[in-house]
Design a binder for this molecule. Structure first.
Ligand code: NIG
Ligand code: FE
Length: 414
């Protein structure tokens, strides 16, 4: 592969390091002006400023004074599902609650019915289309969950769709088994029986290497603290990395459990208390805030300043799903975090690059622009980071590179 030199970068903004950044360290990003990058064999070999690039031969790209950041990472995404739920959205606008809709057999369970009925190709095509749109936003790493099958066959179908997408799409995809997303209607009177199915399914998934992570929706009326613990302890024994949808609506012990079991991530955390944040920070759990879900459900935003004050390493993600967040737009997540939760642009950048890379186990190769890491980066149609946040809702991504390969050029997929 020919050497690539990107020069005349107006602002190069990136976090630095191979560990999570918690507390005050989240905002300590590196900003280089008049910068350049050198890329060989798909890796960064140098990031500097000034005229240092001139000594190199290779393909030269003039960034024309633009902003460059690492590729973005979406560490919480329910990518594979069938159908839509705008009628439920309408009901919620009229006052119905998310958990009441689920308890009445709607919500997640409605998507489960549609996903069971959907063919492999249909699920694949829809997800591939979403991934293309995410690529145009510069999202180069995505975590993708199952969780809309609940029965073994459909969960495996979802994970096999992810496996196929991994082969064909330029992004790096990490699969998560979320069989513990809801109790399926047929097991409503036999929760224990369903948990046994989850444990059996985990064994098949492990044997076939279909997922790296196991996730649980720990919530009142969904999976209790004890049930979540039983599932995640077994997942850990089988060699899965683990994470929890924790305390989204009520404090159900999810964040506490994440700290106890040293989860990679704990997500949502709206009803968690300050001691939970501290315990998770001490256990190296990456705290995930999902501001667009709060926005869609018209709930308070996660108390992100408090999380950071407790030394938490925070990630921001989309939570893309057909119910509580029908948007994969990580830019809007980032902008909402700045406007509504008091995060600074620098903290937000760390929360969509280095910290999620750490939680996903990819931090040696992803999450920052540094010598030796994969050359995943974005050239924006603006010259500084503040402008990106200020232009709410506009896609300023111009060019995207993944492992040194140009996958989006001037706003179009290559
Ligand atoms: O993270 N909270 C549980 N799961 C998703 C919602 C899934 C759905 O409504 O379909 C979430 O918000
Ligand atoms: Fe979720």
């Amino acid at each position: 592969m020919e050497r690539l030199i990107v020069y005349n970068i107006g602002t190069l903004a990136t976090p630095i390091g191979s560990g999570p950044k918690g507390g005050a360290a989240m905002k300590a990003i590196k900003i280089l002006n008049d910068a350049y990058l050198v890329i060989e064999n798909g890796k960064f070999t140098e990031a500097g400023s000034g005229a240092g690039y001139k000594k190199y031969q290779g393909k030269k790209i003039d960034a024309q004074g633009r902003l460059v950041t690492p590729g973005l990472i979406d560490a919480h995404n329910h990518l594979i599902f069938a159908g839509s739920r705008e009628h439920e959205f309408r009901k919620r606008l009229e006052g119905a609650s998310y958990l009441d809709i689920l308890a009445a057999g709607g919500g997640i369970l409605e998507t489960v019915e549609k996903t069971r009925a959907a063919g492999f190709d249909m699920l694949y095509d829809e997800a591939a289309e979403t991934l293309e749109k995410m690529l145009l936003l510069g999202i180069s790493v995505i975590e993708a969950k199952s969780g809309y099958g609940l029965d073994q066959d459909t969960e495996l179908k979802q994970l096999k769709v992810i496996k196929q997408l991994k082969k064909n799409c330029p992004q790096h995809i990490i699969a998560t088994y979320l069989g513990a997303h809801a109790i399926p209607s047929e097991y409503k009177q036999n929760r224990k029986g369903y948990i046994d199915i989850i444990k059996e399914t985990m064994e098949v998934i492990k044997r076939e290497s279909l997922a790296e992570f196991c996730d649980v929706f720990c919530e009142e009326g969904v999976f209790s603290y004890e049930e979540s613990k039983e599932i995640l302890v077994r997942a850990k024994e089988l060699g899965f990395k683990i994470r929890i949808h924790a305390d989204e609506m009520t404090n159900s012990g999810g964040a506490r459990l994440a700290a106890e079991l040293d989860c990679s991530f704990a997500d949502h955390l709206l009803a968690s208390v300050s001691e939970d944040f501290t315990a998770m920070a001490e256990s190296d759990v990456v705290l995930v805030a999902l501001p667009l879900t709060s926005f869609v459900l018209d709930k308070p935003f996660a108390r992100i300043r408090e999380m950071i004050a407790c030394n938490g390493a925070l990630a921001l993600a989309t939570d893309y799903n057909p119910g509580s967040c029908p948007s994969y737009n990580l830019h809007l997540v980032m902008q909402t975090a700045v406007i509504k939760t008091g995060m600074t642009p620098a903290e937000v950048l760390t929360a969509v690059t280095l910290n999620p890379a750490y939680g996903l186990g990819l931090v040696e190769s992803k999450g920052s622009i540094e010598t030796g890491k994969d050359a995943d980066f974005i050239i924006f149609n603006c010259s500084n980071l503040d402008y990106f946040f200020y232009r709410l809702g506009e896609n300023l991504v111009r060019d995207v590179y993944i492992r040194g390969i140009n996958v989006v050029n001037n706003g179009r997929i290559v």
